[in-house]
Write a protein that binds this ligand. Structure first.
Ligand code: AGP
Length: 584
């Protein structure tokens, strides 16, 4: 949700800022801007649209600067609402939401101050300028004390050769190498030797080649260094046209890594002690991660017979959830920065749950809040549509389900070589390319299944909506006849997922009902008998039905990808969305 960058070094800042913004573009891409200071003068270039529209800023002279790529929350996507924002001597970029911006703006207006944007961020520049009588960091602290909501701020002050930072709830990292760099996410820091995370409520000052960190009272504190894989950020799309395509192709490798991690990972063994004491499970998550949680519920309740409640994080946080003794809360989040998931996780912890973070980003805010951390090791996921991270989350959650079962003296079906099954699934799923003309031309689409297949239907539907912009619904196959059947017309595509032998014929009843109303049926199954009956089907390799979502989701991920291409959309950067949703 918006990405911010900063550069202070010996080279021209503009190039480094643009590189950082390109790497952060997944966080928002409706407008972008940079500010570069030279001889105490700050020049700003902003553009509506993607970072490439900002290439004209490359010529800016100066070796200190800040930049921003935006996902609009307040005010339309436009040049005037793009960051950086300036008021007086203060120029800043902001990631987050200022909840009391309206009241603060009214206050500034009564002082005769003018605003040039509709954003909540501009008011921060007004406040800093108002308090700017001596030490800029003190002025920023005073301004921050007036703010409600979340922020990661990078500030330039005309006449001061320094970058000032502040953080509350939105991620902010600083890197040190040949230069000092600032970014919302590690890969955007580029070539660095050390990386540090600002904690909530902290401030930082970048000056010369030094970084100083301060607590909320501006007392110096030691920074928190982050361990990172120097290779990781460098992997690009290579021979793939899109990140989504690359990330789907990586699923077998991700599962192979997971097989190694969770066979030998001692952290998971420590976690086993927690699992032995667990009597109730709550899972909180959003979007695709929520669907991973729903799949986990199926497996946990079936294998371990432990009650597992799965709630969308944005609902959980505003309920008064009941957390019984010995509850384990698993917060699932690829990014570890989703604001709703973090808030729900903290609420559950506050009410006494043991909080486990299941995330793909080891240094994320969620990780720092958790009592136990389970890492997915899926590698960096760039495409807004989550693919390989979902498969990785499933693997870990199924490992948890099995461990819970064992801790109760129960059996669980052995884990097969899922990486090989996923490899085969990717091959056979290419069949869905031939389905795309039906979807590209459709007005809507439906996905149906039962049990875990129903959850996969939800995920397939989300993926299709997200990148193809085709209205779509995931439905419990048995529920279709209770209302939704009325929406089916001649040729409406209905995708049925059937991997559970006991439930397959029941799902096929719904298929027949849909077909009789003119629906065009597409089947994803592990059952050869069923596949043979349908004109359009993908036959997946056999897999124990408890774990089947690990591979049955793959054709649906591909279907969304190819449909997006057929409809002329960019699958990596769908409209109106961002990869990391760090605002409510
Ligand atoms: C998935 O394709 C979506 N982009 C979205 O639903 C995502 O899963 C959700 O925003 C949660 O993100 P997280 O896993 O980083 O918390």
């Amino acid at each position: 949700m918006c990405g911010i960058v900063g550069y202070l070094g010996k080279k021209q800042a503009a190039g480094a800022l643009l590189e950082g913004l390109y790497r952060l573009e997944y966080r928002g891409y409706d407008s972008a801007g940079v500010a570069v200071m030279d001889e105490n003068v700050i020049r700003i270039v902003r553009r509506k649209g993607r970072v490439k529209e900002l290439e004209c800023a490359r010529h800016l002279v100066g070796n200190i600067g800040i930049g921003h790529t935006r996902w609009a929350t307040h005010g339309s996507p436009s040049e005037k609402n793009a960051h950086p924002h300036r008021f007086g001597r203060v120029v800043l970029v902001h990631n987050g939401i200022i909840e009391n911006a309206h009241a603060l703006k009214e206050e500034c207006l009564t002082r005769g101050e003018e605003f040039s944007s509709e954003t909540d961020s501009e008011v921060i520049a007004h406040l800093i300028e108002r308090y700017l009588t001596g030490d800029p960091l003190l002025a920023i602290k005073k301004a921050c004390e007036r703010l409600q909501g979340s922020y990661a701020l990078a500030v330039l002050i005309e006449g001061k050769h320094a970058i000032y930072l502040a953080r509350k709830k939105s991620p902010l990292l600083v890197g040190k190498g040949e230069a000092l760099l600032v970014a919302s996410d590690l890969p955007a820091l580029g070539n660095i030797s050390h990386a540090y995370a600002l904690e909530d409520g902290q401030f930082a000052l970048l000056k010369g080649d030094e970084i100083a960190f301060y607590d909320g009272e501006l007392r110096p504190v030691s920074p928190k260094e982050i361990a990172f894989d120097r290779e990781e950020g460098e992997k690009e799309t290579l021979c793939f046209e899109h990140f989504m395509q690359k990330e789907m192709a990586e699923i077998p490798a991700v599962l192979a890594r997971s097989e190694v991690d969770f066979a030998t990972d001692s952290r998971f063994s420590d976690f086993y002690r927690v699992l032995c004491q667990t009597e109730y499970i709550q899972i909180v998550a959003c979007g695709t991660a929520f669907h991973a949680g729903l799949c986990a519920k199926e497996a946990i309740e079936r294998l371990a017979r432990i009650s597992c409640e799965v709630t969308v994080a944005s609902e959980y946080r505003y309920r008064d959830p009941i957390v019984k003794e010995n509850t384990l809360c698993i917060a699932v989040s690829q990014s570890g920065e989703t604001a709703d998931t973090i808030a729900a996780a903290l609420l559950s912890k506050e009410k006494g749950a043991h909080l486990a973070a299941l995330t793909n980003v080891a240094y994320s805010s969620l990780t720092r809040a958790a009592d136990s951390v389970l890492c997915t090791n899926a590698g960096r996921e760039v495409a807004v549509a989550a693919t390989k991270s979902f498969n990785a989350q499933l693997f870990v959650l199924y490992s948890v389900a099995r461990a819970l079962a064992f801790s109760r003296g129960r059996e669980a079906p052995p884990m097969q070589c899922f990486s090989a099954l996923a490899y085969r699934a990717l091959e056979v799923a290419e069949e869905v390319r031939s389905w795309t003309p039906f979807f590209a031309a459709a007005k809507s689409a439906y996905f149906i299944g039962r049990g875990a297949d129903y959850v996969v239907a939800l995920e397939g539907s989300l993926k299709l909506k997200e990148i193809s912009y085709l209205p779509s619904e995931g439905y419990a196959a048995g529920e279709l006849k209770h209302g939704t059947l009325a929406l089916l017309e001649e040729g409406t595509p209905v995708v049925a997922i059937a991997t559970n032998e006991d439930l397959a014929e029941k799902t096929m009843n719904a298929v027949h009902e849909a077909r009789s109303r003119g629906a065009q049926i597409f089947l994803v199954t592990t059952l050869p008998g069923l596949a043979a009956r349908e004109e359009h089907s993908v036959l997946l390799p056999p897999i124990d039905e408890v774990y089947s979502p690990l591979i049955s989701v793959i054709p649906l991920q591909k279907l969304a990808y190819y449909t997006a291409l057929a409809r002329g959309n960019d699958p990596d950067k769908p409209r109106n969305l961002a990869k990391s949703v760090t605002v409510e």
